[in-house]
Design a protein around this ligand. Sequence first.
Ligand code: URA
Ligand code: CA
Length: 432
Amino acid sequence: MRMVDLIEKKRDGGELTTEEINFIIEGYTKGEIPDYQVSALAMAIFFKDMTQRERADLTMAMVHSGDTIDLSEIEGIKVDKHSTGGVGDTTTLVLAPLVAALDIPVAKMSGRGLGHTGGTIDKLESIEGFHVEIEREQFVELVNKHKIAVIGQTGNLTPADKKLYALRDVTGTVDSISLISSSIMSKKIAAGSDAIVLDVKTGAGAFMKTVEDAKELAHAMVSIGNNVGRKTMAVISDMSQPLGFAIGNSLEVKEAIDTLKGQGPKDLEELCLALGRQMVYLAKKADSLEEAEEMLKEVIRNGKALEKFKEFIRNQGGNPDVVDHPEKLPQAKYLIEVPAKEDGVVAEIVADEIGTAAMWLGAGRATKESEIDLAVGLMLNKKIGDRVKKGESLVTIHANRENVDDVMNKIYENIRISDHAEAPVLIYGTVT
Ligand code: URA
Ligand code: CA
């Protein structure tokens, strides 16, 4: 087989066979096929697209390019949740204990975050003593016994995707539904769960700016998952404004605790229920999505979800007292209000820009090497559709530096007040 023939085949709109796709990904991973040929192929895929079969084959070829996680020692159906990335997205912190409270195994392998705020691990580490450096055996044991554990990322997962994603980034070939869906799904499948629930975000703060594109991506990922034997469902959700009120690590832990108590922000709660019911259904703990949702609401009402969160913290060395006393979480030195400059209704809160403001405070990493400050971040006091009076606080800045003019200006530039506006739709649909 010659790579040049395969590039020409795709360029002319042909369909690559399973063997051809395996040849390309194996050759590329080993360094036998050069970047320039793979970038030409990526561009051909960008224009000519791939069939569902080709996408599934590409996904599995990337899965097999490196290590895969074996979760077979963990009993039950393992369901993973993945978000395509948002600002102030506290859902994982809520969903992990919520679903585990229904005896569904949550075996989470997580990384550190880059961008607006930290990843799930960073957030959890704002709880004193909590750590994810546990042995594999202990991880398996914890999940079997307590249904929940988080471990830091290990192993060399999907090296082909790492290489290809970096190449696409500099060759104008990121925005292909075929390439994005296989990239994301390869990572989820290598991580070893039996079923996958996807939260595909749309809006200013998201990768997919329009609902149409988000739906197309959701359909592509769901069919890849189902085609390779991993039951997959998706929710398409709004990311035009940040989710919930909190953006920042310990602030989001507090927000997750509130939500597990049934006292969280409405949008965060609604999204957690929408994703959670798919997880419960895919884990075969309920016969319908409606029944699944009722079960989730019940463990919030009766306190089992909150109890599970405490148990989870204790198991991994953390101080569970933070659940009843969130003031024990890291606190920022300065709380600075951002008063509205006029009367009106909040019409826009540009999610990604507000996320960047939180990063400037130190809540997120600008580069992999940056240190993050777990205490800092932003609390939104208003969301889109809320009335506001001149002088009323739009946002509370939690900072560890006195001068926050840069952050304040960025917030003013990205929160628009108008005569009237309505709260945006939160959930645009589900794909099953
Ligand atoms: N995120 C990924 O992991 N891969 C893509 O191709 C795009 C976004
Ligand atoms: Ca939030």
